[in-house]
Design a binder for this molecule. Sequence first.
Ligand code: GN1
Ligand code: MG
Length: 374
Amino acid sequence: MVVVEKASNKLFEILSKFAIQGTVGDVEPFGSGHIHDTYHVKNLKEGEPDYLLQCINHNVFKNIPALMENIQVVTSHLRKKLEHLSGADPEQEVLTLVSTKEREWYYKDNDGSFWRVYHFIPDTFTYDVVKTAELAYEGGKAFGRFQALLADLPVHLLHDTIPDFHNVVNRLRLYHEVLQKDPVNRVAEVKTEIAFVEERAEAMSAIYKLGKAGKLPLRITHNDTKFNNVLLDKNDKAQCVVDLDTVMPGFVAYDFGDAIRTTINTAPEDEPDLEEIQISVDLFRGFTEGFLEETGHSLTRTEIESLSHGVLLLPFIMGLRFLTDYIDGDNYYKIHHKGHNLQRARAQFQLVRKLEEQYDLLRDIIGEVAKNCK
Ligand code: GN1
Ligand code: MG
């Protein structure tokens, strides 16, 4: 992690490698991502854009050239599609990468860190917690449209930036390895969570099995559809889907489930008070309507049926990943205090319990909404 005060000269030096316009002013830490270090670069020159500078976490993303190639392919495809859509504004609706002066999409510094720059999209906002069904609907539209616009891009053009990212069998394997090692003696503290995982491990493999049997088409999916990865304008209308690092081949239920995980929970992802974690059926309906209006007509019956499995699977996988990282000694996610990963895991598992209680209702809403969108 770069400390801004000490490293500001370093940040300015990095920025000087990129083909940016105007004059760099303040550079401030930005956003709440768990993976990269992100900065907002203010432009002192009127009429020139601000920028977003990111130090890419290469412990998480092992192949940076492949990652950046994906982002380049995806953003140029989206831009081309939006240029032909009446009323669309590609500058506001798709991320714009800035190349280095050497015409590369990333810069590797002397310490071996990788950097990239985007245009900063002005006058946009994000929400960590969603309060209204209208907002949930906007999120559904945004992620649904993102997928629909990419539907004609051949899946094989994209690299797997993190192989087996939402493959639950793989996630359980990694978890069991860490559990066996217990490298920092934390297993004794998490007996309840271990039992929670064991009780559900089998049922959570529904999508994995459908995929293996060839019953779910591989599509280009976003794979990190947290609600705060949608930028909204000042009228709360969706503008742009961001965080494109994990855009790669996947199943539609992953995107649906991960978005529901963060849209219908009335509390933040890491809520420490489990009583606060409730789900909103209104928000569920809002998101589902937005998402299926954009994608419903093109999904197969099995895909539609898989969506409700995704709703349970994604918070389960996130909880499992947070728990794995906690047992492993907090090596993957940024944490803000000791025990943060365990707190996150407990919150996600509580969310799974709440979703299980309402499972039949949520599944029926998907069926009902899907019928209207065919
Ligand atoms: C990470 O970049 P960020 O913080 O949105 C993670 C996602 C998790 C998310 C949980 C590459 O995403 O998979 O859903 O945290 N990204 C990666 O908040 O692991
Ligand atoms: Mg991310």
